[in-house]
Structures are given as C-alpha cells and as structure tokens.
Ligand binder design. Sequence first.
Ligand code: GLP
Length: 260
Amino acid sequence: MDVVIVPTPAEVGEHAAAVTARLVAASFPEPVLGVATGSSPLGLYQGLAARVRSGQLDLARARAFALDEYVGLPDAHPESYREVVRRTVTEPLGMDPARVRVPDGNASDLDAECRDYERAIVEAGGVDVQIVGVGVNAHIGFNEPATSLASRTRVEILTDETRQANARFFDSVDEVPRRAVTQGLGTILDARNVVLVATGAAKAAAVAAVVEGPVGARWPGSVLQLHPAVTVVVDEEAAARLELADYYREMARARGDVAG
Ligand code: GLP
C-alpha cells in the first residue's frame, strides 16, 4: 500500500483528489469510478469537482457504481445513497445520471438486484478507481466484521456500532435501516485501483487494522492488503495508531507524493 499522511482533513481531500484524477486520466475518456458515500470522501469529491470546473478533468462520459445502499429507505429520502451520490458525486462532477448506478435497496428481489449489479460492473469493463472510506470497525462499503473475504454484492445486516455511527444523518438511531445492499469484499478487490480516505481520531484503530493488522474478517478493510494498487490517504489523527508512520512518511517523500 502507498500510505500518505497529511496534516489536515482538507489536505486529505486535496491529495486524494489528485491521486484519483491521475488514475482516472489513465482510463480517459470513459473511466469507471467506484464511489463511496459517508463524510470521508467529500473533500476528495470537492477536489475532483474543482478540476471539472476548471476544465482539467472531464467526467461527462465516465461511469460510476456506488459501493452500497440502505435497504428500505424511500429513493427520495435525503440519506438514501441514491440521493447522496446524486448530490455529492453526479451533479458536482458533471456526470451523466444515466451512467451512475446505485444498488436498488427497494428491489422486490434483492438477490436478483445483487446479481444484476455484479453483472453491470463486469459489463462496464470493471471499476478503474474505487474510492472507499472506512467505518470505525474497519468496514468498507457495508461489509461488516465476519464478512467472507471473497464476498460478492449481497444484503448485509448492519452492526449496532455502524447504525450508531450513521445515526447522525437521521433524526434518531431507530430510523437507520438495519440492512443494506453492499458490494462484497471480493467485488471491491476486483477494482484496478483503490483510494482509501480516512480522517479523525475515531478512525485511528480502523486505519491501523487496514494497513498493519492481520488480514481477517474481524477488520474487513484489512483485506485491502491483498490488493496490489491501494493508496491510503489519512490525516495525522487517523494515522495516530500506525506503528510505522515514520517509514510511510519517508516512503511518501521518496515517491514524491509529499514535499520535503
Ligand atoms: C458508511 C458507508 C461506508 C463509509 C463508512 C464511513 O456506513 N457505508 O461506505 O465509508 O460508513 O463513513 P464516514 O466516512 O461518514 O465516516
């Protein structure tokens, strides 16, 4: 993994946007993005949107697949990932809504929807750049602890911890759905590149598990250690429990990722 530690959340967004834009350029003009929701990637999306506005990046023909979606929230609910992706990705990045897909968490046959979703990703040629955040328990997408490391898109039951963490987007924790459709860990591993962003002290344990922990289902994001092209961009707080932080800083300087 390329681990890049920067001082502030704003710099996480800017650096991750630069990395993503460079990877996307390699697949121009029809890159396939994998997009995460949550707070973590918002700065990254803002950085990409600025490049689109200035004409450095054109995503008009790009495709995107969301990582996940709640089961049972009305499509128009402001916290459905369909809406979050429209608001934070599709519109600001100037993407064609017809080329952006989010799993349908209200499908009458959810298993069929999951199979269709997998097929659609393959038919698009696979994901070029998968953007991921990480939960406090190191979930990626909504792959909670004990997920098979080879899992595919499916319905997952959310842990109490995840529902509590996401309660801030709802009036109360009772309104947070109990189930979600999520790309599996195996699905995420199929992406050609992965960019993981995390900020804040609450993510420090998860980041340490993803980067340095044993690979295992207790901390699902640790499976990214098996992927050959992962960039992890974190702020100082999220990096606080990395044992080898100084080494990562030295490597980042040697690669030219950060000045100094
Ligand atoms: C959510 C999403 C994930 C996201 C994670 C962290 O529940 N399903 O895709 O990466 O939890 O969210 P945040 O970035 O808001 O901390």
